[in-house]
Structures are given as structure tokens and as C-alpha cells.
Design a binder for this molecule. Structure first.
Ligand code: ADP
Ligand code: MG
Length: 340
């Protein structure tokens, strides 16, 4: 998929540096997700009081909502190190073995996209999580022996966009399991103002609110839009970002008043024109748009479902009435009746 400004996922290393510079370091700086931060502030205090590592944490939810940020914060609050790895890079048990044996007492190990761990690696991780040991098989055939390697007590943070793909045995080994949901606009506006403060650029209240409304409930998108708007305002010689700068800059980017971009509009228009608004399977949508169905499911669809622009049914996806209203589309066939 070509680069989209509203994609909630990672786009480039260069952008990662910008994103990392805006990452809150402490729990108190983490905006929103109150259920989770309250739970964590108790569990962190309790672990510190006992002088033990924090329990394992599984975070799931769409990309860009602050899972990696929380892993950083957890390590910071516990006064330990964060080691980052990811499911797709851990394909052999040896890869994980190397990481685990190098962990210090209390270190936080983040495994991003943990749903993509190879099956053998996943089984290898169970005793590591439960008893802080690994059973390593050396030699083959008749000479095969299992060596029991003790580990330092560490904290595993698993992050995933696809909770449904995590096996029950893995899930059960986490002490805290939390689903991160999209952020309300009011919280995103606070995130935008905080980021503007770090970037040392002034922003009007309603300009922050406007960026928030176009950020698809996603802090990563909010920070990315802020960057484009800041550049725009700077080039125009404005020392403060006002709402006109937001509107003009984001119009240039093709991001509309609710955060839809060209791909979203193309997707909905295609469903209306070719399938009378659905139901249509995600594979057919992907084929017609020439996109990967996984990308659509992870990066495009979640927010459209959240705001009712798409609906998921057993027969496939349906265009929702708010999408037709927002885009001024009409269905030709029978389904239009449902909306009258
Ligand atoms: N609750 C929050 N408060 C402030 N900034 C946040 C929050 N959640 C995420 N961010 C910002 O959004 C960006 C993306 O967050 P990240 O942790 O990388 O998301 P994820 O790992 O879920 O994809 C980071 O720049 C981070 O600073
Ligand atoms: Mg992440």
C-alpha cells in the first residue's frame, strides 16, 4: 500500500524518530485509557513494594494507540530496561533464547505482533513466562538432551493488533490483559497540545480540536497530522497554528473533516457503485481495490467500523448510512430503502 498520512501504522524510520520524540515517559503523562493506567499504577506500585518484577501484560488494539509507549513507560516506572523484539523476527527458538538469557532481573521484554510468533517459539516461551526457565534441546536423535536454563525474572509485554489470533495457552499466562480502544476527540486534542508543546509551536484550542477530529481516534495519526500542519503554518509565516492552517494543510493532504482519505473514499464508493453498498467479502473488496486484505483489515477498516461507516455482517461488509450521508452517495438498488 502506498504511504497514507492517516495510516495508523509505521511508515518510515525517519518518522519513527519524530514519533519517539513525542512519547510520554511516565504513566502520569499518558493521556486517556484511564481504566488501564489506573490498573497499571496499582500493579506497578505493588510490584515495587514487593521488590519483584511486574507481572506479564498483554495489550491489544489497533495500531497507533500507544502500546509500545506503554511498554516504555512500564520499564521506566519500574526503573528497568526495555528490550524490544517482535513476533515475525522470532522464528527460531534460538533467536528467543539469546534474548531471554541476556535479560537482567526486572527487565521488560516487549514482543510486538506477538500473534506472529512461530508455534515452536510460542511453546518455548511458556516455561519462560511461568517459571523463568527455558528447556533447551541440544543434539539430535539418540543424543538429544534437554538442558534446563534458568532465567532472571523479567516482565513480558505482548502487543498485538489481532487478539483473536492469540492462542488460549499464551493468553492465560498474562496477568494483565487489556484492550486499547480508539481515543475520544477530547483526549486526542490534549495529546496534540502536549505534542505541540514539545515541538515548541503554539496552537489555538480549536485548531487542536480540529486535528483531533481528523485523527481517526489514533494518537499516532494525530501526531503525524500535527507535523504536516506545523510545517504548513511555518511556511506560511504563522507563529501559531490556527484552525485555517489545519483546514488548508489537511485539504492538501486529502484528509477530510472526519479523517477519511482518498483510499477510504475509494473503498466506500466502490462498494456503492459495484455492490450496491454490500454485503461484500473483504477479499473481494481487496481484489477490486488492488490492496492486501490484511492491510485493509488492520489499517483501514477498524476506524470505519468504529464510526459506523462500515458494518460487519456474516455475509460481508456493508456500507453504513453515516458514510452515505457524509459522502453524499446514494445506493441504486434495494438497500437504499433500509436508510429511508
Ligand atoms: N496515551 C497517549 N498519550 C500521549 N501520547 C500517546 C498516547 N498514546 C500514544 N501516544 C503517541 O502516539 C504515538 C504512537 O504510539 P505507539 O505507542 O507507537 O502506538 P502502538 O505501539 O500502539 O502502535 C507515539 O508518538 C506516542 O507518543
Ligand atoms: Mg507499537
Amino acid at each position: 500500500m502506498r504511504e497514507r498520512i492517516v495510516t495508523p501504522g509505521k511508515v518510515s524510520e525517519e518518522e519513527e524518530i519524530y514519533i519517539a520524540s513525542l512519547r510520554p515517559q511516565r504513566l502520569a503523562e499518558y493521556i486517556g485509557q484511564r481504566n488501564l493506567t489506573e490498573k497499571l499504577s496499582v500493579s506497578i506500585k505493588a510490584a515495587l513494594q514487593r521488590g519483584e518484577p511486574h507481572e506479564h501484560v498483554l495489550l491489544y488494539g489497533p495500531p497507533g494507540l500507544g502500546k509500545t509507549t506503554l511498554a516504555h513507560i512500564l520499564a521506566h516506572e519500574m526503573g528497568t530496561r526495555l528490550v524490544v523484539s517482535s513476533g515475525p523476527t522470532l522464528q527460531r527458538t534460538g533467536d528467543l533464547m539469546g534474548i531471554l538469557t541476556n535479560l537482567e532481573q526486572g527487565d521488560v521484554l516487549l514482543i510486538d505482533e506477538i500473534h506472529r510468533l512461530a508455534a515452536a517459539v510460542e511453546e518455548f516461551i511458556y516455561p519462560a513466562m511461568e517459571d523463568f526457565k527455558v528447556d533447551f534441546v541440544v543434539d539430535k536423535g539418540a543424543f538429544a538432551r534437554v538442558i534446563n536454563v534458568p532465567l532472571k525474572k523479567f516482565t513480558l509485554v505482548g502487543a498485538t493488533t489481532r487478539a483473536g489470533l492469540i492462542s488460549a495457552p499464551l493468553r492465560d499466562r498474562f496477568g494483565i490483559i487489556h484492550h486499547l480502544d480508539f481515543y475520544p476527540a477530547e483526549e486526542l486534542a490534549r495529546i496534540v497540545k502536549r505534542s505541540a508543546g514539545i515541538l515548541e509551536v503554539g496552537i489555538a484550542e480549536e485548531a487542536a480540536a480540529e486535528i483531533a477530529r481528523r485523527s481517526r481516534g489514533t494518537p499516532r495519526v494525530a501526531n503525524r497530522l500535527l507535523r504536516r500542519v506545523r510545517d504548513y503554518a511555518q511556511v506560511k509565516g504563522q507563529d501559531q497554528i490556527d484552525i485555517a492552517a489545519v483546514q488548508d494543510a489537511l485539504e492538501l493532504e486529502g484528509v477530510d473533516s472526519v479523517g477519511l482519505d482518498a483510499l477510504d473514499r475509494r473503498l466506500i464508493k466502490m462498494m456503492v457503485d459495484f455492490y450496491d453498498g454490500g454485503p461484500v467479502g473483504i477479499e473481494s473488496i481487496a481484489a477490486t481495490l488492488n490492496e492486501e486484505s490484511d492491510t485493509l483489515e488492520e489499517m483501514v477498516e477498524p476506524y470505519l467500523l468504529k464510526i459506523g461507516f462500515l458494518k460487519r455482517t456474516s455475509k460481508g461488509r456493508l456500507v453504513g448510512e453515516p458514510a452515505l450521508r457524509h459522502l453524499g452517495f446514494k445506493l441504486k438498488g434495494g438497500r437504499q430503502q433500509e436508510f429511508l
